[in-house]
Design a protein. Structure first.
Length: 180
């Protein structure tokens, strides 16, 4: 019997594969894996089907799934860890706070969004590059997970905890889905 947990795991994997393909194509906002086959996933599947001369249905039938996976494998085979990049401000007392804008905030939002399926209480944060109310709420939730002071401001401790979580969970199916 095909369980709901298996279904979400397969959708999450499909979304990861599509995201990698979209990144290679330079998509401005690649699909964020969440295990839900919603309108964004269907649109990404249709776009892939169109680009690869497959019947454009928006569903991941066997031919589409196989083509997406083959494209993912071809791309991920050449992936290597990038050199370390310092996205967090370098000053000792630096923080990211509401009102801030820029690449560091974008990376913070990405880490929050990719961590969301792994923990309850956090919805993916829109990737805007602006430290808005959604970002602040996501940071507060993450600070609670890590038992850090819940301020909504990203300090070095919050950033480091999120980066470690993101790096350890990025390419894994959420544990809760595996246990169901």
């Amino acid at each position: 019997m095909y369980t709901d947990s298996q279904r979400r795991t397969h959708i999450y994997d499909l979304q990861r594969f599509l995201r990698r393909v979209q990144q290679a194509q330079g998509a401005p906002q690649p699909l964020a894996p969440d295990g839900i086959f919603g309108t964004e996933t269907a649109a990404a599947v249709r776009d892939f089907q169109r680009r690869n001369h497959l019947p454009v249905t928006g569903t991941a039938d066997f031919a589409t799934w196989s083509a997406i996976y083959a494209a993912y494998l071809a791309l991920s085979g050449g992936d290597a860890l990038p050199p370390a990049v310092a996205f967090f401000p370098t000053a000792a007392a630096a923080t990211l706070a509401p009102g801030d804008k820029g690449p560091s905030v974008f990376v913070l939002q990405l880490m929050l969004g990719t961590s969301a399926p792994h923990f309850g209480g956090l919805v993916p944060v829109p990737l805007t590059g602006e430290y808005d109310a959604d970002t602040e709420a996501g940071v507060r939730t993450a600070q609670g997970w890590f038992r850090l002071p819940v301020t909504g401001v990203t300090d070095r401790a919050t950033w480091s905890a999120l980066a470690l979580l993101h790096n350890s969970l990025f390419d894994r199916t959420p544990l809760a889905w595996q246990l169901e």
